[in-house]
Structures are given as C-alpha cells and as structure tokens.
Design a protein around this ligand. Sequence first.
Ligand SMILES: *Cc1c(COP(=O)(O)O)cnc(C)c1O
Length: 387
Amino acid sequence: MSRGPANSGTVKRTRKGVPLSARAVLTVDLSALRSNWARLNEVSGRAECAGVVKADAYGLGIAPIARALTNEGCKTFFVASIDEGRIAREVQPGAVIYILDGLLPGAEAHYSGFDLRPVLSSLAEVRDWAAYCRARNQKLAAALHIETGMHRLAMPEDELKQLVAVPDIFAAFDLCLVMSHLACADDPANPMNERQRHLFNSLRALLPPAPASLSNSGGTFLGPNYHYDLVRPGIALYGGRAHEGGPNPMRTVVRMAARIVHLQKVAAGETIGYGGTFKVQRPSRIATIACGYADGFLRALSVATGQPGPVGYIGDYPVPVVGRVSMDFITVDVTDVPEDLARRGGWVEVMGDRVTVDDLTDQAGTIGYELLSRLGPRVHRVYEGGS
Ligand SMILES: *Cc1c(COP(=O)(O)O)cnc(C)c1O
C-alpha cells in the first residue's frame, strides 16, 4: 500500500525513539494493525473476528499486538502454546484465549490456572479434559478441532463417532467452539476449500450445537459461507496477503530499516562477500548495513552477479542488495546515491511499503509467515500509531 511520498519520512520515522546504539529497527504500525483488524471484522459480517497471535504475534510482539487488537474490539485470541497463552492472559485479563497445541498430558492446571481454553483434537484429549472438569466439578470451556482434510492436528471422523457415543461426555465440559482449518485457503479457486466446508458441515452436525469456526485469513475472504460464528485471521492482520496473487487490500504494518556501518569504494572486477558470487561491473560504492540472516533477512535473498534481487531504499534512492547475505550484514550498492545521504550511521529501509514482506518472500521462495516469525530478537522494536 502506498502512503504517498513518505519515503524519506519512513526512514525518519523509524528513528523516532530509537537509541543511537540500535543497528536495525523494526517499526510496527499499530494503527495499520487496528485498521486491518477492523477491515477483517467488517468482511466477516456477523461473525466474530478473533486475532491469531501465535509465535509472538508472527514475530511482532504478542503483548503490544494483543493490546492494540483489544483496543479495536477484538475479544478472542489464538496462540500455539501455554506459555504464549500466559503472556496474552497477562495483558488481556478479560479475553478468551485458545491454545492451538491442544491439551498436553497432565498440564490441565496450566490451562485452568490462567483461564486458557485448549483446542482439543483427539479422543484422549477430550477424555482428559472431561475427567479434569469432573474432578474439579467445573464445566471448563474447550474447543474441538475436527478433521476435514488438513491432517495435522484435528480429530478424525472415526474418533469423532466414538466420541459422540461416550455417555455424558458433553455434560462434563463446555464445548464452546467447533473448528477446523483450511489447507488451501490461500488459493480461492482450489476445490479443496468447498470439500472441507461441506465435510465440516456434515461432521459438525454429529455434535451438540456449538459456535463454529473454519477460516483463517484466506478463508475469511472466501465469502459468507466460510464465516460461521468466528473467523481466525493471522497473517492479514500483519499486512501479509491472504491469497496468492491478486491485490493485497491490507495495510503495511511492518517496516525494517538498518544502519550503514561501513562504506567503501570497490573497483570493477572485484567481488563482494562470501563465495565471491557478486562481481562488481563498474567502480562502485558499497554500503554494509547492520542486518543479516540472524535478524531475519533471509539468506535466500543473496544476490549473485546478474541476478535480480531485493532492493532497499535510502530516501527515494533504490539501493540493490549485492552479494550474499551474511549473519550480521548485507551489502548494498549506493553508487547512485548522493554521498550525504549514503553516509555512515544513515538508515536503509529494507522492508516496508515499497519492498513488502510478500515481495521479499516471493524472491526468497518462502512465505510472509516465515519471514515475520523469524525476525531476530536483536532487531530493536518500535511501536507507533497508538496502542
Ligand atoms: C495459524 C492459524 C490461523 C491463522 O492463519 P493465517 O493464515 O495466518 O490467517 C488460523 N487457524 C489456525 C488453526 C492456525 O493454525
């Protein structure tokens, strides 16, 4: 999403509140995040719009992200682990929090102690949760994840049939959500979506009535048939595209900039970086910036001579990445940038409106989810746009 000619402004913004010691900065725009949630909430019509904040909110920081989503009206969160659930609980005492991992054996008290709801996905898990509830004489809430084609976490049909035959099982706990997960929602034309939806309907009918949920970000954009009572977007909240191809209507949430720590002239014919894979074609000025694969700038974004690669920006000047990405650094060609702009300590924007997460991951042969969730802890986080 373009935000006008705020290019040099973007770099300036990333400096706000950033200590001089910071070498790379990740700016998270919470106002864009809130507006992305509001948009998904609108798209999902009468269904509730939850927020998926697993893996530290896709690498962006679970506490500030959950707080901002709550401020926009989000009441339900999904995380992967008990530990993530606890962090979310600390910042959101009133929220509904689901643990996608399911129920770890013997860990029941870790859920009930923090009012976390397991997403149960096997007969054994349901039996354990029901037994725990009976022992406490308390009908604690849990979701049930049923298999419709993903074959990763959910309860298969034969187990589901056994489950419904267990006497009084649904009297023991509060079945507050029946859910499944789409395997191909990023591809709207894929017939798997409809197959899963139909199977979800028929399997759900075997269970006592309960609110239902099928869709992640991609599913939320597949239309009202996919909304049920609750949608579970993750990546679209953070500005990533929900569907492969086609326009991305979400606002940019994440920007990354890194500082120039070294500048040098390199003669034509010399090579740059490990492996000597990039040969300089003309007398060049090369800037080394403090961001490498340990910071989440994927090594697959390395550029050999003659290959297309990612481009950073200094103000409005594009600065192509040259050579291999190393652990701590990348090198960019600043030959065409005025010297007062490409200076020691200056900032290079490596991710943002003009070089989106999706652009980078297309080049690297991966997906936005991976890039975001692997952003390094060393990168200084700045939150802007309120809370
Ligand atoms: C991660 C996840 C989501 C969110 O998926 P996005 O594609 O990021 O929107 C929703 N539901 C389940 C079960 C998940 O594991």
